[in-house]
Design a binder for this molecule. Sequence first.
Ligand code: PDD
Length: 307
Amino acid sequence: MTDLPDVSLEPIVYLNGEVVPLSEARVPVLDRGFIFGDGIYEVAPLYARASGRLAFRFEHHLARLARSLEKIGIVNPLDNAGWRALIERVTEANEAEAGLAADQDAIAYIQITRGVAKRAHAFPAGIQPTVFVMVTPLTLPGAAQRAAGVRCVSAEDRRWLHCDIKSVSLLGNVLMAQYAAENDALETIQFRDGVLTEGSSSNVWVVKNGVLAAPPRSHKILEGIRYGLIEELAAQCGIRFEVREIAEAEVRAADEILISSATKEVLPVTQLDGKPVGDGKPVGDGKPGAVFAALYAAYQRAKAEQA
Ligand code: PDD
């Protein structure tokens, strides 16, 4: 007998009213998510705490889910209480049957597609959306990765111009993630017409002379739930914060570059395209900087403090 979770156990998922093992969840091939990428998704951390599992800033995730649905004309199948109850139900099923330990952080993945219909591009009438929820263990970046920072590469942002929608049509992001993987990097930082947009699956921040800057909320980036959070944390820490267009040259000359996402929290980028970040600063060394350290600590406090 051992207390270790049985990793051979399958995750338990929710699909269209049923809670089943992952391998039993089936979607018809004419699902418009499969045929057209016609759907949206959410990814939200469920942190393990002694006082119980915390769906971190979940109301923000649900608000973004509602916005994404509205932007593509799908009626939200549940209200916020319904979503919370569903995530709890799937989490409990994974704790009971899939070896998800109560002290293991988890990630909730929600996907909604327009549903199943004969293949024709325009919205079909009278179909039910496909609703899928999966809760799986989350391994956050460790102390060593935070101490060393991560490598990124950069590329021109060639995605469509509805990046504000958290769409499952992720081919542009997938190609950028693959480019990073092929270059031994964690993320690709993208520029559109010489201006910073975001990472392949993260928001990007730059620091110069102690001032933190982020690209404006627009159709060119996905507004991460950590975007608003880091804005709040910067204010708490007394870090000056600017929202403005950031030229590629500024990114390359930044003292610090940070990336943020549900699965990465906030991470320091210490190498961009093979060059150490912060090379130009007085103590320029390609090491994580003070703004990262302050924001990471504030992020952990926010987790501890959310009721
Ligand atoms: N992606 N921008 C893009 C393109 C992203 O895919 C993500 C997150 C973010 C950061 O958003 P948030 O702070 O809400 O995680 C920004 C998730 C993690 C994913 O696709 O798995």
